[in-house]
Write a protein that binds this ligand. Structure first.
Ligand SMILES: CCCCCCCCCCCCCCCCCCCCCC(=O)SCCNC(=O)CCNC(=O)[C@H](O)C(C)(C)COP(=O)(O)OP(=O)(O)OC[C@H]1O[C@@H](n2cnc3c(N)ncnc32)[C@H](O)[C@@H]1OP(=O)(O)O
Ligand SMILES: Cc1cc2nc3c(=O)[nH]c(=O)nc-3n(C[C@H](O)[C@H](O)[C@H](O)COP(=O)(O)OP(=O)(O)OC[C@H]3O[C@@H](n4cnc5c(N)ncnc54)[C@H](O)[C@@H]3O)c2cc1C
Length: 607
């Protein structure tokens, strides 16, 4: 059966031009060509702490360090988190005390909880750390700053005096993340030259004078903004990979429904399977497009920063933090759902899904715990609302809050299920829901004498308001994507179907929000669900082609269930026989432990 395409009949059903969709997914024709070539070359290019140097080092420091890092003459680790503090960056305990006599900083870990803990690459490989430590001059604490510290000899890789490093041990599952040497590090009065503090944003002079920057101190958090927007893109890859596997397998797998010898039903034809799978397919596309937008927003931010325009920095922080949170949660949960969608075989390592899940789920935690990130969005929303009174007109992703009064009066005018296909109808409902949830939080907050107490007390509601805001962004960016000129037979139509599935699935899932804020009536909610069901039927014939458009090689998917040719069963069988347990018919230990039990005398001739 080698070479036969078992999914050809599915591919023939497609109602759109898959080649064009591949370019849309990749971002452009050029990006597609590049990805196509590279994925087939299997590139592996580890990037570690370079973005942080670019963001925080002076030009002179960059000239000194970047060539070394780029040529991998040194290997760096972004060393921020400690045993006692990760989320609370201001709470880090490691100190860097300036010694004016020698013109050096002395790096020290004063407590056990100050031990650096988690940084990737630190445990075994890194030669240098970009260590975050509190700057102390004349007993005065100037807060957390970045310092370049050599950890290991460049000759024999042994750790340098005063430095204790180890790997933090095995992590969740037996997956590939265990090949990452997340490390622990203790400094015992380690000295580094003064010019190894990253001084782009603030400086310490030879005399020990602290020169604060004339730019927002939040710029020192720039690496996190950069990595978070990358993580949003990565979420689209992780989720689409799982969706590709479970969609192909759902078309191969058959259970029940045979009549008079006809084939059984493909599980992808069960409405329950569709209602679980197709929203994830739509989410993969939605995340892809929002990541495209976020990347261009980030590039615009960089240009503005060059020109000393810091106006969009708070919004960039809120968007990267919020979208990082929402998209990684959706992807992590989605991968697990895809595993369940593949039934028992999904639990086999050869399905590719357990490994993908184990490697992916820490994305909900690293680079900012997802709840902590949503609370940052909530703070931004509350600040935006508090400034409305003084006439500040919100722009960008919060522009809708400028129409809050109008949105408080909104009632959806949906009369028929098809009305939910109109983008403006959907956006208005999402805007009204998000605005009302945020306004309700702001109103409740105003009842507290101490706003911080109020923020703590209402934090669960605030997280929900932030979620509604982020979902609005993703829905809006999907809609904006479709306002672009997209050629190719049927491509725009299919994307339109996915856009509506994405939005209406969210509406269905969060129906409580939409009803309790009185944005829609129960009848309108019912109509949305009716429309959703019909959209699932429309996407069904295109499902395989829509995952083919991801253009993933079998090598990349590493999944017997997700094979392009759908030749699942012979390959599953073949794969199982590769298990070392099948090398011999009698397992190790049988003669020592099992056989003696089997040989025990029978009592009264009976078992
Ligand atoms: C990494 C190297 C580079 C790699 C490059 C790789 C490139 C390729 C990448 C490929 C990707 C795919 C593969 C993924 C693999 C990834 C591997 C795993 C990597 C995992 C790495 C990590 O895991 S590495 C540690 C990250 N550790 C956090 O993530 C801590 C969270 N904790 C906070 O981030 C803060 O601590 C927290 C709570 C916000 C504030 O806490 P806080 O309130 O105490 O903060 P502050 O008082 O200091 O500041 C308050 C004011 O700052 C504003 N602000 C706050 N943050 C801001 C910001 N970033 N930008 C602007 N503004 C900001 C805020 O809006 C306030 O503004 P305002 O005052 O106006 O209201
Ligand atoms: C695989 C992996 C790789 C990593 N790589 C690196 C790296 O390269 N470099 C590096 O420096 N770090 C790295 N980290 C560390 C990572 O950045 C932190 O673990 C992350 O920022 C979360 O911080 P925490 O562990 O302190 O969580 P905590 O903040 O202790 O979270 C515990 C719980 O408390 C809740 N919580 C915390 N604060 C609040 C609050 N204010 N309000 C409400 N709830 C709250 C959280 O939601 C969570 O449920 C990595 C972590 C992992 C898992």
């Amino acid at each position: 059966m080698e070479g036969v395409d078992h999914l050809a009949h599915e591919r023939n059903k497609a109602q759109f031009d898959v080649a064009v969709m591949k370019a849309v997914w990749a971002g452009s024709r050029d990006a597609y060509e590049l990805f196509h070539r590279f994925s087939r070359l299997v590139a592996n290019d580890p990037e570690m702490f370079i973005p942080a140097i670019k963001a925080q080092a002076t030009e002179e420091q960059q000239k000194q360090w970047l060539p070394l890092a780029n040529k991998m003459k040194i290997i760096g680790s972004y060393t921020q988190t400690e045993l006692g503090h990760g989320s609370n960056v201001r709470g880090l305990e490691t100190t860097a005390t300036f010694d004016p006599k020698t013109d050096e900083f002395v790096l020290n870990s004063p407590t056990l909880t100050a031990t650096k803990w988690w940084p990737g690459g630190l445990g075994k490989i890194a030669t240098h750390a970009l260590a975050h430590a509190r700057l102390i001059i004349d007993d005065k604490d100037y807060g957390v700053h970045g310092f370049l510290v050599q950890l290991r000899s460049l000759d024999d890789h042994l750790t340098l005096p005063g430095i204790t490093i180890g790997d933090i041990g095995m992590k969740y599952g037996s997956g590939a993340y265990n090949t990452m040497d997340n490390g622990s590090l203790i400094f015992d009065h380690v000295r580094i030259p003064r010019n190894q503090m990253l001084m782009r944003l603030s400086q310490v002079t030879r005399e020990g004078k602290y020169v604060p920057s004339n730019v927002p101190r939040q710029l020192s958090y720039g690496t996190m903004v950069y990595v978070r927007q990358k993580i949003v893109f990565d979420a689209s890859i992780a989720l689409s990979r799982a969706v590709c596997i479970s969609t192909r397998y759902s078309a191969v797998r058959r259970q029940f429904g045979s009549h008079n010898g006809s084939p059984e039903t493909q599980v992808i034809d069960y409405k329950t399977q569709q209602a679980r799978l197709f929203p994830l397919l739509a989410s993969a596309y939605a995340i892809r497009f929002v990541s495209e937008w976020l990347n261009s927003f980030y590039k615009d931010l960089l240009q503005r920063l060059e020109a000393k325009d810091f106006s969009t920095l708070p919004e960039a922080h809120a968007c990267t933090a919020g979208l990082k949170s929402i998209t990684t949660s959706v992807a992590a949960d989605g991968i697990e759902e895809c595993r369940k969608l593949c039934g028992g075989h999904g639990y086999l390592t050869s399905s590719g899904l357990p490994e993908l899940s184990a490697v992916y789920i820490p994305a909900c935690t690293y680079e900012g715990d997802n709840v902590v990130m949503l609370l940052q969005v909530a703070r931004y929303l509350m600040k935006t609302i508090s400034q409305l009174k003084s006439g500040n007109k919100p722009v960008g992703t919060t522009a809708y809050l400028g129409r809050a009064e109008q949105l408080m009066q909104y009632h959806s005018d949906v009369l028929r299920a098809e009305d939910w296909l109109k983008p403006n109808v959907v956006v208005e409902a999402f805007e009204a829901r998000a605005a009302r949830m945020s306004m309700a939080c702001a109103q409740n907050l105003s009842k507290f004498n101490n706003p911080e107490d109020g923020f703590q007390e209402l934090s669960a509601d605030l997280v929900e308001a932030a979620t509604a805001h982020c979902q609005l962004i993703i829905v809006s960016k999907f809609i904006e994507k479709l306002q672009q000129d997209i050629p190719g037979k049927g491509v725009k139509e299919q994307l339109g179907v996915l856009r509506s599935i994405y939005a209406l699935f969210l509406l269905h899932k969060h129906i409580g929000d939409f009803l309790s804020t009185d944005c829609i009536t129960p009848k309108q909610g019912y109509l949305a669900n009716e429309q959703l069901r019909s959209l699932y039927s429309q996407v069904r014939p295109n499902a395989i082609a829509l995952v083919d458009a991801f253009n993933y090689t079998d090598h990349f998917l590493s999944s017997v269930l997700g094979r392009y040719d759908g030749n699942v069963y012979p390959k599953l069988y073949e794969e199982a026989w590769k298990d070392p347990l099948n090398d011999t018919s009698i397992p190790d230990g049988f003669h020592e432990y099992v056989q003696p039990m089997l040989k025990q005398p029978l009592h009264h001739g009976r078992l």
